[in-house]
Design a protein around this ligand. Structure first.
Ligand code: PSU
Ligand code: MN
Length: 303
């Protein structure tokens, strides 16, 4: 095992007994939602995973240690610290480890640590992708490169249309990353159940998804899989109002010259503010929904 990694006793025991385990990220806690809803959601999502027969492993960096499995106190620490915690993608991990700091892991960094720990299934809200205007800014999330090489399946509600979804699809295709729709032919766009884009394959139950993952990794076709699960109908948002909020947030991003790793948190926060509490409630529900599907897949994988 990696010398910087701590697997919690509960997660270690589950992995040793081939019981289902679902990884969770921590940038969604520190940078994706406001305190205290962020920590409350992080704890509730762990409970949803337990209720669905799997063991949760929230992943983060605490005092320079890679953690697979956090205590409630550690979740509170990250939630309360919010944006002051270092948002860690692949390139940030060595710094935070060497400096013995706390770090909140993005989809990319969570995949890296999940793979180190031996966890194959990871539930989150939305993945990073190719940003609008990437033709000139080159702003492409490191999540996509991680999906190209690290063997972890990411169950998400698609990607927000703060991104260029068409370019994100093209990038994933080039990198050989399959995009599975769970009971949908359309790529979900986080707050809305569909978009103008398709998925590669529509699979309709956890067993089919498990068979797909086993086939991919048995052939040593390295890399991740995006499993896109539409937000439940009753929490889906109106396309126009969410579209307007996203356009406004993108305009402010441009005006204020925000770039680099700050872009995504800036856009997430502005969209949440502009849509009021509605989008936060939807965001929380779609994470629970993804945790349920991820648990069902992890249960099938462990059979
Ligand atoms: N998209 C969301 N919610 C999030 C994120 C993205 O709808 O919380 C977070 C995830 O942690 C994701 C990261 O991995 O932002 C991507 O950041 P960047 O674009 O800087 O790679
Ligand atoms: Mn970026």
């Amino acid at each position: 095992m990696n010398k910087f990694l701590d697997i919690s006793p509960e997660v270690a025991k589950a992995l040793a007994n081939n019981q289902p385990v679902v990884a969770l990220e921590s940038t969604i806690i520190s940078h994706g939602m406001p305190w205290p809803q962020n920590a409350e959601t992080a704890k509730k999502v762990e409970q949803v995973i337990r209720d669905n027969g799997a063991i949760p492993a929230t992943i983060a960096i605490i005092d320079g240690r890679l953690k697979a499995g956090l205590s409630h106190e550690e979740i509170d620490t990250l939630g309360q610290a919010g944006l002051s915690v270092i948002k860690c993608s692949r390139r940030d991990l060595p710094f935070v480890i060497a400096k013995k700091q706390h770090g909140a892991t993005t989809v990319a960094a969570t995949m890296i640590i999940a793979e180190m720990a031996g966890i194959k299934i990871f539930a989150t809200g939305g993945i990073g992708g190719v940003h609008r205007g990437a033709q000139t800014t080159f702003d492409i999330s490191a999540d996509l490169q991680e999906l190209a090489k690290t063997n972890v399946a990411v169950i998400c509600a698609g990607a927000k249309s703060i991104l260029d979804l068409a370019l994100t699809r093209e990038y994933l295709e080039t990198q050989g990353v399959p995009v599975i729709g769970y009971n949908t032919d359309s790529l979900p766009a986080f707050y809305t159940r569909d978009s103008d884009h398709t998925v590669d394959y529509n699979l309709t139950d956890a067993l089919q998804i498990s068979d797909f993952l086993q086939a991919k990794w048995s052939m040593s076709l390295d890399g991740g899989v995006v499993i896109a699960n539409p937000i439940p109908e009753e929490y889906a948002m109106d396309k126009d109002s969410i579209g307007n909020a996203i356009n406004q947030a993108l305009k402010e991003l441009d005006e204020q010259g925000v770039g680099g790793k700050e872009s995504t948190p800036f856009l997430l926060a502005r969209v949440a503010e502009l849509t009021g509490g509605d989008s936060l409630a939807s965001n929380i529900q779609l994470v629970f929904n993804n945790a349920r599907l991820a648990s069902a897949i992890a249960v099938e994988m462990s059979k």
